[in-house]
Write a protein that binds this ligand. Sequence first.
Ligand SMILES: [Mg+2]
Length: 367
Amino acid sequence: MKIARIAAYRVDLPLNEGSYRWSGGKSVDVFDCTIIRVETDAGIVGHGEVCPLGPFYLPAYAEGVRAGIAELGPHLLGEDPTQLGRLNRIMDAALKGHPYVKSGLDIACWDILGQVAGLPVCTLLGGRYGEAVTLYRAISQAEPDAMAESVAGYRRQGYRRFQLKVGGDPDVDVARIKAVAALLGPGEVLVADANTGWLMHEAARVVRGVRDVDVYIEQPCPGYEECLSIRRRTDHPFVLDESVDGLDMLLRGRADGAMDVVNLKISKLGGLTKTRQARDLCVAMGVAMTLEDSWGGDVATAAIAHLAHSTPEEFRFTATDFNSYVTVDTADGAPRRVDGRMAASTSPGLGITPRMEVLGDPKVDLS
Ligand SMILES: [Mg+2]
C-alpha cells in the first residue's frame, strides 16, 4: 500500500465560552486547526489533526502546520503508511525538529493502519483499559469568584477534575485556588496550572500560600531548573508539561525526582508513535500522565481517546475532550463526553468520518 495523496484543510474552531485565557494575558478566541487527510492507492483514507494553542504557547503555529506539510509531504508520497516506525524515520530525516508538523501525518497513518487491520487504534496502541477515560476541565483564567462559578457549572455537567489557569498575580492566584478548592469534595481533583507564568519568588509564595490546600501544581515556571527548584520546596504533587518535550526530559525528570505526573500532548511529542513511546516509558517509571494535545476538535479528540484508553487506568491522571470546548463539529463518530468521561471508538482506525463540507477546499494538496 502506498500514500497517493496528502491534503491539509484549515478549519476555524470558535470557543463555546467566547475565549480561553491563561498566564501572561495570553488568550485565544478562535482556534485555527489543520485536518490532515492521507489517501492511499488502495482506497483507504486516514485523518489526523493539529491545533496549536496559538503561536505563543509551544514552539508551534497554525500556518506552520500547513507550511511544514507542504515541505514534508513530497517525501511521504509513495511510502507505505502502515509502517509507522519507518515512516517516522523518513519524516525525521527529511525535516529536522518540527514535531507538531509530523503529528497529524502520523495520526492519519495510524488511522489507516487500524482500518487495514480491522482494529481500533487503541487496540494497536496496547489495549483497552476500563470502560471510559476520566476527563478534566480547563478553567479559563478570570477573577477568583468567576472561576469558582465556572467550576460549579462544569461540575454539574459531570466533571470531577479541574485545571485552573493561574500563573498571574500570586495573591490573586492563591485566592483563585482557595475559592475553587472550597467547592470540591472527596474524589475530586484540583490542578493549578501556571503555564510557565510565575518567576521562582512568585511560585514560592503561591505554594506556601496554599500549603494546606489539596492541589496539584503544574509547570509553575518557564524553565525546567526553575520548576525543579519549586518542586524541592513544596510537598504538593507536581506536574511538568511545557518542559517535557521528549524522552530526554522524561529521563532527566526521573533522575531528579522532578515530577509525579507529566502532561503528554500528542503534537508536542510528534504524533501517536512518539507519544506511545513516552507513555510506555512513563508506565515503566511509575509516572502518571495527562494524555491530551495542545487543542483541537473531533479528530484530535478521537486520537486522545485512543491514546488514553490504551493507557493502564492507574496511570491516567486525566485526558481532555477538546471537541466539547468548540462550536464546530468536524467529524462524525468522535467521542462524546458522558458524565465527565469519554471512550475510544470500537470501530477500526480512529473511528471517525470527517465532514468534508465543513473542511472545504484543501490549503495543501499533494499527489
Ligand atoms: Mg499544562
